[in-house]
Write a protein that binds this ligand. Structure first.
Ligand SMILES: *Cc1c(COP(=O)(O)O)cnc(C)c1O
Length: 417
């Protein structure tokens, strides 16, 4: 099913559980299996499942049938070879570094990152992994930051909150040439807008919490291996996992060292909620992206708005790249108001957009960036990252477009500067 997709994206998701094996009572959804442990009549079978020579489940921290059904859907969406799901997107990212890097390795990341990911990488730097950050929109800047001991490059597709787009094609080619693991966080695009495999990504991260779940009702994360990296030549695979086929060695190590040992396992109830959300990913995201493009052009034309960042706009620095690579240019935008303006009052006047930190919810959410998600890093680092003090981030939802534009128009009408 994964290789040359015989059916459409949404058809695959809807019929995945049923077609991957008969479900009890003819259920159309994989049931929620809440059992922590699995019993065997035959101890030989228990041993074989432990040793990986037979498929099966032993303890839910390292694998669960409901979670596995979701993993299969993510694998199909990304057309990869396999997926490991985690309790959160952060756990998925942390497990990649924890299980595949060693002290002394160099790790190169985009400087434009989800705030908690940035903070996480700083923690790994304190543990002996040499971490550096560079402008991922520029191949030259990233190339200049590479070292002989660089093992891994990490980028996001569309960075939040300023919507910079990494030079994904060139970085994929560079990593392939140098034998470096290329990790792409696909959260902001999701596999409906973009498959990082197309640009040579080796590992793909999805925070399922965002567009894939879509309803802001459950946390979850996933790492998918695209099958493009020759793991038999990667020095940090433990001997115990070398017996797996090369394409599955990193997945096995992620599941054992990342998921099993570190233990940030996705709950089966959350996996079920996320799988329900995933059924309508394409429908929701088409609508949210159309709303975002409409709101972006409305804001750009408004005299009280200083700057708007959304890849649908011709004024966006990577507009052409977004048009070439992505089905739609995403549902997140940000814009700047005059710094003398009372940002909190602007947000409070909005009747529909909710003051909230999440993104990828069906509801439109707004947040003043400097006072919240980028507060901890301080004004100097914000200026370095090009984050204006008057920047507002909007995660655009699926409301009726006219209602959304009217909501922003009314609040903009009360501005002073
Ligand atoms: C939210 C987010 C994460 C983290 O996901 P959680 O499920 O909240 O841990 C990682 N990367 C990006 C780009 C995100 O937006």
């Amino acid at each position: 099913m994964a290789q040359d997709r015989p059916r459409g994206f949404t058809t695959d998701i809807l019929h995945s559980d049923r077609l991957r094996g008969a479900i009890e009572h003819g259920a159309l959804h994989k049931p929620v299996h809440s059992s922590v442990a699995y019993g065997f009549e035959d101890a030989q079978m228990l041993a074989a499942v432990f040793q990986g020579t037979e498929k099966g489940f032993s303890y839910s921290r390292s694998g669960n049938p409901t979670v596995e059904a979701l993993e299969a859907k993510i694998t199909a969406m990304e057309e990869g070879v396999g997926t490991v799901a985690f309790a959160t997107g952060m756990a998925a990212i942390g497990s990649i570094l924890f299980s595949l890097l060693r002290a002394g390795d160099h790790f190169l990341s985009s400087a434009f990152l989800f705030g908690n990911t940035n903070s996480l990488f700083q923690s790994f730097a304190a543990q002996g992994i040499d971490v550096s950050f560079a402008d991922a929109t520029s191949l030259d800047a990233m190339k200049a930051a590479l070292r002989p001991e660089t093992r891994m490059v990490f980028v996001e597709t569309i960075a939040n909150p300023r919507t910079q787009i990494a030079d994904l094609e060139a970085l994929g080619a560079l990593c392939a040439e140098r034998g470096i693991v290329f990790v792409v966080d696909n959260t902001m695009t999701s596999p409906w807008l973009f498959q990082p495999k197309a640009v040579g990504a080796h590992l793909v991260v999805n925070a399922l919490t965002k567009y894939i779940g879509g309803h802001g009702a459950a946390l979850g994360g996933a790492v998918t291996d695209t099958g493009l990296f020759p793991w038999d030549r990667y020095p940090h695979i433990f001997d115990a996992y070398r017996s797996a086929p090369p394409a599955r060695q990193a997945l096995t190590q992620l599941r054992k060292k990342g998921l099993r040992d570190f233990g940030a396992s996705l709950a089966p109830e959350a996996a079920h909620t996320l799988a329900l959300g995933a059924e309508t990913l394409a429908l929701r995201l088409d609508r949210a992206c159309a709303n975002a493009a409409a709101l972006a052009s409305f804001l750009e034309a408004h005299p009280k708005v200083q700057r708007v960042y959304h890849p649908s706009l011709k004024s966006h620095a990577q507009h052409d790249r977004a048009t070439r690579l992505f089905r739609h240019p995403g549902a997140l935008l940000s814009f700047e108001l005059d710094p003398r303006e009372d940002l909190f009052a602007f947000c409070d006047r909005l009747q529909l957009a909710v003051n909230s930190t999440n993104l990828g919810d069906n509801r439109t959410l707004i947040i003043p960036v400097a006072h919240t998600i980028y507060f901890e890093m301080g004004a100097a680092r914000r200026a370095e990252m090009g984050l204006a003090e008057g920047l507002l981030r909007v995660s655009v939802g699926i409301e009726d477009s006219g209602d959304l534009l009217a909501d922003f128009e009314a609040s903009l009408g009360a501005l002073k500067f």
